[in-house]
Write a protein that binds this ligand. Structure first.
Ligand SMILES: Nc1nc2c(ncn2[C@@H]2O[C@H](COP(=O)(O)OP(=O)(O)OP(=O)(O)O)[C@@H](O)[C@H]2O)c(=O)[nH]1
Ligand SMILES: [Mg+2]
Ligand SMILES: [Zn+2]
Ligand SMILES: [Zn+2]
Length: 383
């Protein structure tokens, strides 16, 4: 049931939607369909209406199609029945490793020992996820840059939560948006930017992906062959990017589109994710071999979110970023977001070889940010 306490969002336009913001159609064929208005009782119980048109072949049956009143997009009818609405938006400079990360996260969520079952809500999601999964896990190739200048469709997933021993399985709707870094770097006011910005400002959690290999202090230390294989070459021509200006434009964008005053902090959770950790493994200035960040993630095994571990990782990476001179970036993030946590991941586990071919994929700590969000939504316990 479309419970009144729960918030539901349209997964396409990301507007907060109420029962009265939905349009119901008797059947899902364009030419035969007619709108069905919910009765007083339907509205009271927030349930799908039934067709009452006299000679309609669907007379007496529940409506088959639901659309969003604002954007007219067809919504999966089950969107009504989700218990929670989760959304991620990955942002970061071009080549930061966003798409690789999203691909391994989905794979891990589907095949790890978690009590969750992931189901794609539409065929496009299945196609994108399968394509990237095949490229990385089977063909063992690096992904190519996400096309900029077009608004990529978000992925829509339903998570069935099998962990609770209840009669009804709780379900969560998960929207994942992975845009092109080039577009995130210079968000402006074109219609595409408007769409991208809606995803960004509507997201429950922002994944701010930070590529350590753009830092000159790191570039001087990482062996050239690893550096070569771990950066996106097709994007080499694009202007040198820096994290502070990217964080600034992101913050301005969210504040403007959500009408947040400059002095007010943004409510969305912000996970700052340092990517490509594997490339830093042998650097003198990197992380000590026995540091927490280099240890295996404890969350999955503990069946919850181990807060002490995550706080330690947060400290270690902050300390590392400060040593690299990135204090201005940290300050910008801390001053503008209410709820920030820093994470470190390696999507592949090892740098690609000189042909950009991947070894067996062994993701390191990729689910940590996701577990953080699940914990703050009350889905998994904090330990
Ligand atoms: N060593 C290492 N390299 C990585 C890792 N993840 C990504 N890379 C490298 O980074 C390149 C860019 O990764 P993508 O995932 O395409 O980056 P993106 O942020 O989606 O880039 P855009 O779509 O252009 O914005 C890949 O071709 C890899 O060479 C990782 O975990 N380790
Ligand atoms: Mg990409
Ligand atoms: Zn909509
Ligand atoms: Zn009808």
């Amino acid at each position: 049931m479309f419970g009144s306490r729960k918030e539901t969002y349209c997964p396409f336009c990301l507007r907060k939607i109420k029962f009265s913001d939905l349009k119901f159609f008797c059947v899902d064929e364009e030419e035969n369909r007619h709108e069905v208005r919910p009765s007083f009782t339907d509205r009271f119980f927030k349930r799908l209406p039934t067709c009452t048109r006299r000679f309609c072949r669907n007379h007496g049956l529940t409506v088959r199609e639901v659309t969003c009143r604002y954007c007219e997009e067809k919504l999966p009818a089950q969107i009504l029945f989700h218990d929670k609405y989760l959304s991620f938006c990955a942002v970061g400079v071009a080549g930061a490793g966003k798409s690789s990360y999203v691909t391994t996260v989905i794979h891990e969520l589907r095949y790890s020992d978690l009590p969750y079952i992931l189901q794609a809500m539409d065929t496009e999601t299945t196609e994108v996820a399968l394509l990237n999964e095949k490229l990385v896990y089977e063909a063992r190739n690096c992904l190519t840059g996400t096309t900029s200048g077009v608004s990529p469709r978000p992925q829509f997933w339903t998570i069935l939560d099998n962990s609770k021993d209840t009669h009804k399985i709780p379900t969560y709707s998960l929207t994942l948006y992975d845009g092109a870094g080039e577009d995130c770097e210079k968000i402006g006011y074109t219609p595409i930017d408007a769409k991208i910005s809606r995803y960004i400002s509507g997201a429950r959690m922002l994944l701010i992906m930070f590529d350590p290999l753009i830092l000159s202090s790191v570039q001087n230390e990482v062996p050239p062959e690893i550096l070569y294989s771990s950066i996106a070459h097709e994007r080499k021509e694009s202007a040198p990017t820096n994290m502070v200006s990217m964080a600034n434009s992101l913050v301005n964008y969210i504040k403007q589109s959500c009408n947040i005053s400059p002095g007010q902090r943004i409510e969305a959770q912000a996970a700052v994710v340092l990517t490509k950790l594997d490339a830093l493994r042998d650097t003198v200035n990197g992380f000590a071999p026995d540091s927490t960040i280099n240890r295996e993630s404890p969350h999955l095994k503990s069946k919850g979110f181990v807060d002490a571990d995550s706080k330690m990782v947060d400290l270690e990476i902050r300390d590392w970023l400060i040593r690299q001179g990135e204090i201005a970036f940290l300050n910008t993030i801390d001053a503008n977001f209410k709820n920030v946590r820093v994470f470190g991941v390696s999507s592949f586990g090892n740098p690609p070889d000189s042909q950009k071919r991947l070894a067996r994929i062994r993701p390191h700590r990729v689910l940590d940010p996701i577990m953080w969000m699940l914990a703050s939504e009350g889905i998994i316990p904090v330990i």
